[in-house]
Ligand binder design. Structure first.
Ligand SMILES: O=P(O)(O)OC[C@H]1O[C@H](OP(=O)(O)OP(=O)(O)O)[C@H](O)[C@@H]1O
Ligand SMILES: Nc1nc2[nH]cnc2c(=O)[nH]1
Ligand SMILES: [Mg+2]
Length: 184
């Protein structure tokens, strides 16, 4: 199987490589403006989907920051949230008094982030905010205060740029809608 075959599983490209880069750059400018260079920002990437966003956002930010990772999972290998959030890897950092920015690839049901936000807010951080590259319409159903959203997208299952289906497609450079023939 070559790259051509992988891309034939995508019915529509929602964000090209260039559009992703522009979106990340816009997010970085807003985050820089809000945090300034006070040496205190900790960005927390949510493994594994947010790996690409973290890598590119961190490099787009022209301020000092530190990075940490959490792994939580609510999806298993399907396309529907199981509703159960599990911590697979916790922070290595004590966030007491820190300014924390959670970095995510997508907000769909909002379940993962509302759980994570509540969890991190019990740990004595000065602030905990959210930056997500993508947000789907379902997210409006949960009360979730998201400070930075890249793009609002339609309600379709998307893959690429970190986003997987059964652990595949994360390595695509663009973000697109997965063809139904792949999972039906
Ligand atoms: O808003 P929600 O409905 O909770 O969905 C969003 C979450 O689902 C995906 O992660 P997943 O749990 O599939 O694991 P992954 O990051 O390892 O792909 C995605 O990366 C978000 O973290
Ligand atoms: N890959 C992928 N993971 C998700 N998790 C929640 N929504 C989505 C989605 O649209 N695509
Ligand atoms: Mg995830």
């Amino acid at each position: 199987m070559d790259i051509q075959d992988i891309e034939s599983d995508i019915t529509e490209v929602l964000l090209s490589e260039e559009q992703i880069a522009e979106t990340i750059s816009d997010l970085a400018r807003r985050i820089e403006a809000d945090y300034g260079d006070d040496d205190d920002l900790l960005i927390v990437g949510v493994l594994r989907g947010a790996v690409m966003v973290m890598a590119d956002l961190a490099r787009a930010l022209r301020i000092h920051l530190t990075m940490d990772w959490m792994a939580v999972s609510s999806y298993g290998s399907g396309t529907q949230s199981s509703g159960v959030v599990r911590i697979l890897k916790d922070l290595d950092t004590d966030i007491t008094g820190r300014k924390v920015l959670i970095v995510e690839d997508i907000i769909d049901s909002g379940l993962t982030l509302s759980w994570l936000l509540a969890n991190l807010r019990t740990r004595g951080a000065e602030s905990v905010e959210i930056c997500a590259l993508l947000r789907k319409p379902e997210a409006v159903k949960v009360e979730l205060d998201v400070k930075y959203v890249g793009v609002d997208i339609p309600n379709a299952f998307v893959v690429g740029y970190g986003l997987d289906y059964a652990e595949k497609y994360r390595n695509l450079k663009s973000i697109g809608v997965l063809a139904p023939h792949v999972y039906s």
